[in-house]
Write a protein that binds this ligand. Structure first.
Ligand code: CA
Length: 229
């Protein structure tokens, strides 16, 4: 399963940057801009991880964390707290906030990505497998690289997520709608035809130096990654 990460950050520019970079890592990302919205979204669908800013309008990050820990369903939900340098980071260090980890602003995106991976790996092994191999294809989620037969293949972010998802379920046939839900997210309106366009791009990139096509089109059903062998 693609990890679902909820980013709670009220600074638009930072929220956008976080979403962009976590998207690129192959996570599915939703953004909430205050604590109230965060709690509502978590209630609707539980994320695999929350990246939670300390200072938030309406309900503060620390209060969101406290409420999550108080409920049985979200007691163990992984939280990475974002804090500003100074008193908050001292407090977050000293206080039992219930967060699994914290990161002090300003931080680099690669540092955050590494923390996210570490928390996911610790809490749900298998969810953040770094590398999947299938036939002559290797996808490396940490390095964000794909190789076929040892040769590097360059993919756009959507094609990368598509391949990642298909490689997690080799042999299984997915309808366009299922792929839209899994790769684009159910909250996004995209036409089913868009899937065909991205599958086309993925195929073109994967098959440039090869004769065999690992992706199978199943008439009137959808797409699948050929089972190995
Ligand atoms: Ca803030």
């Amino acid at each position: 399963m693609t990890p679902y990460v909820l980013v709670v950050e009220d600074e638009d520019a930072l929220a956008t940057l976080l979403k962009y970079n976590l998207d690129k890592e192959g996570h599915r990302v939703m953004v909430a801009s205050d604590g109230e919205e965060a709690l509502m979204l978590i209630d609707e669908r539980q994320p695999d991880l929350v990246v939670l800013d300390w200072m938030l309008p309406k309900v503060s990050g620390i209060e969101v964390c406290r409420r999550l820990r108080a409920k049985a369903e979200t007691k163990n939900l992984p939280v990475i707290m974002l804090t500003a340098r100074g008193e908050e980071s001292d407090r977050v260090r000293g206080l039992d906030t219930g967060a699994d980890d914290y990161i002090v602003k300003p931080f680099s995106m690669s540092e955050l990505a590494a923390r996210v991976r570490a928390v996911l790996r610790r809490i749900r092994p298998g969810l953040a497998d770094d590398r999947i191999r299938h036939g002559d294809l290797v996808i490396d989620r940490v390095a964000h690289r794909v190789k076929r037969d040892g040769k590097e293949i360059h993919l756009g972010p959507t094609e990368f997520r598509l391949l990642d998802y298909l490689m997690q379920h080799p042999g299984r046939v997915f309808s366009r709608e299922q792929l839209l839900d899994a790769v684009w997210g159910s909250d996004v309106y995209v036409e089913a035809r868009t899937v065909d366009v991205h599958i086309g791009r993925l195929r073109k990139a994967l098959n440039a130096g090869s004769e065999s096509d690992p992706i199978r089109t199943v008439r009137s059903a959808g797409y699948s990654l050929e089972a190995e062998g």
